[in-house]
Design a protein around this ligand. Structure first.
Ligand code: IMP
Length: 185
């Protein structure tokens, strides 16, 4: 799905496909260098469903092999605000004891979800737990989340595309853009 297929539902394009790929490539190089000597114990953990596109492109940009696993947690439902109530809908398949876990996320908004996930994974005996997110809304932060890798900081508007949805729509939009308020008001 391209920007023109959104019609009036798309307010602004924030990032094109090229900009997203370029930034993910830079993050992948940085991650690979930082985990030098630890690549065999590196586990990328994606948070369903928003992170599917980020994970697919980020891990292919890595200059070597890395393992992957997925979690699903409840977050937004059909609204646009985080509740902070987190429930595991699908847990990891992997035992993460002694692993270097890198959580791969689409967006950090209030930070409540990721903060909870990080604490949960740390309690399972991982050797390290770090976070890589494509987008972050610093102004919306309700809790401080120590995030080692950030693609882009964005204003606190509701965005869709590249895995990010509104009510399960627009995940397949190629670009990332702001959703016109008439869609959700
Ligand atoms: P947080 O707990 O407020 O940080 O929200 C985390 C989750 O909410 C993300 O992983 C997304 O699934 C969803 N989310 C937050 N902001 C947006 C947005 O602007 N568009 C679409 N989904 C969002």
């Amino acid at each position: 799905m391209d920007a023109e297929h959104m019609g009036a539902d798309l307010e602004n394009v924030l990032f094109t496909e090229e900009q997203i790929q370029q930034r993910l490539g830079e993050l992948a190089q940085q991650v690979w260098a930082d985990y030098d000597g630890k690549h065999d114990d590196l586990l990328l953990v994606g948070v369903l469903k928003g992170a599917v596109m980020v994970m697919a492109d980020f891990m292919r940009a890595l200059p070597g092999s890395a393992a992957m696993d997925w979690m699903a947690v409840s977050s937004y439902g059909s609204g646009t605000k985080s509740s902070g109530v987190v429930r595991i809908l699908k847990d990891l398949d992997t035992d993460i004891t002694d692993k270097h876990v890198l959580i791969v996320e689409d967006i950090i908004d209030s930070g409540l979800t990721l903060n909870w996930i990080r604490t949960n994974l740390e309690s399972r005996g991982a050797r390290s737990v770090e976070i890589c997110t494509l987008l972050r809304k610093p102004e919306a932060a309700k809790v401080e989340v120590d995030t080692r890798y950030v693609g882009f900081d964005i204003p606190p508007a509701f965005v869709v595309g590249y895995g990010l949805d509104y009510d399960e729509k627009y995940r397949n939009l190629r670009v990332i853009g702001t959703l016109a308020p008439h869609v959700y008001s």
